[in-house]
Write a protein that binds this ligand. Structure first.
Ligand SMILES: Nc1ncnc2c1ncn2[C@@H]1O[C@H](COP(=O)(O)OP(=O)(O)O)[C@@H](O)[C@H]1O
Ligand SMILES: [Mg+2]
Length: 334
């Protein structure tokens, strides 16, 4: 589903991908965790790898950020081949792991200065960058206190601030909001949006469909070691059954004549409503409207129902044994 312009030269195309993986495989013993994964993330976009606990999200992040090696796969990050030049990859990226890198025994500011040292910033430059990031992440008041006393949301903000000390253009965020309260989660979403506004590429893993829907330009659903589906939130929503147009009538006679004209529609006689299967696309809506007009049907209310990402997730990951939610066939993206 990736759109590529045929006219663009190959090298230019590759250069616009901040992250790309082809045929990525990783096993632990005889447990296959990643079973041949392809992904590409254009510069300056948010890519979300979505999957439940144990799906292999952290494994993918660790591989792409050079912490562990893949068994097989052609991988490139920031224009550098992972196998040939891991040092260059490390210089281009920042990683905020699922488990915090914050040292609780020292203050937030000391954690920041430690990162500045690791990035070989001068003492003066380190202080400047630390102060700027502490301010940006609303940690000025807490900066002189031991990080052990920080709330979950503050620790997560400090973690990201530490990741940004080196000015990375590509950032991996592994489940940045897991365990956060709703307010801290929204703060984190704001931070991700700001990063993207600055042109940073974000690779984000999450278990939350809502989060991927909010933030990501593209979403890949990881299931059984494979990408079960990939696309924009809208594209993913369109592939699952459940989308429909609902027509409601107030006049029983109008309802009955519409129901006999629209034989394929599902009837709800009590609500005087008809459901017409639809992907919610403009094209389908137009043809439904044209058709209603030509049949002389005028509903009192017309609403479009698109499935949400939860529907997508269930449709893609439930085994075939699970009861179908309606009788439309399931489609796979790839
Ligand atoms: N170092 C390891 N040794 C053996 N198995 C591992 C190791 N790391 C992860 N796994 C297994 O790989 C699978 C995927 O783990 P992980 O990538 O952490 O998933 P997620 O981040 O999506 O929750 C799990 O079954 C996990 O138990
Ligand atoms: Mg994980």
């Amino acid at each position: 589903m990736t759109v590529t312009r045929a006219s663009a030269p190959r090298a230019a195309q590759a250069a616009t991908q901040a992250i790309s993986a082809a045929g990525l495989r990783k096993s632990y013993g005889d447990k296959v965790v990643l079973d041949g994964i392809d992904l590409s993330v254009p510069q300056g976009t948010v890519f979300s790898l979505l999957g439940p606990n144990g799906a292999g999200k952290t494994t993918a992040v660790k591989i792409l950020s050079t912490l562990i090696t893949a068994d097989v796969g052609e991988l490139s990050v920031g224009g550098h081949d992972l196998a040939a030049d891991p040092q260059a990859v490390r210089a281009a990226i920042g990683v905020t792991g699922q488990f915090s890198a914050v040292d609780g025994l020292i203050t937030g500011e000391e954690n920041m200065l430690l990162m500045a040292d690791l990035h070989h910033l001068s003492r003066r430059e380190g202080r400047r960058v630390a102060a700027e990031l502490l301010e940006r992440f609303d940690l000025v008041e807490a900066a002189k206190k031991p990080a052990a006393g920080y709330s979950g949301g503050m620790k997560r903000r400090l973690d990201i601030a530490m990741t940004l000390v080196g000015g990375p253009r590509i950032i991996f965020l592994d489940e940045p909001t897991t365990g956060l309260d709703p307010r801290s989660r929204h703060t984190m979403w704001g931070i991700v949006r700001e990063l993207v506004a600055d042109g940073v590429t974000v690779f984000l893993t999450t278990q939350y469909l809502e989060e991927a829907d909010e933030l990501a330009d593209r979403i890949a659903v990881l299931h059984d070691g494979k990408i079960a589906a990939e696309g924009s939130a809208e594209e993913l929503k369109r592939i699952v059954p459940g989308g429909h147009v609902k027509l409601r009538f107030t006049d029983p006679d109008g309802y009955r004549s519409a129901a006999s004209a629209l034989r394929d529609a599902a009837r709800d006689d009590e609500a005087l409503a008809l459901r017409i299967p639809s992907d919610g696309s403009q094209r389908e809506l137009r043809s439904i409207l044209d058709w209603l007009d030509s049949a002389g049907i005028e509903a009192d209310e017309l609403t479009v129902h698109t499935p949400d990402l939860d529907d997508v997730f269930f449709a893609l990951t439930e085994s075939a044994a699970a009861p179908a939610r309606n009788n439309q066939p399931k489609e796979a993206v790839r």
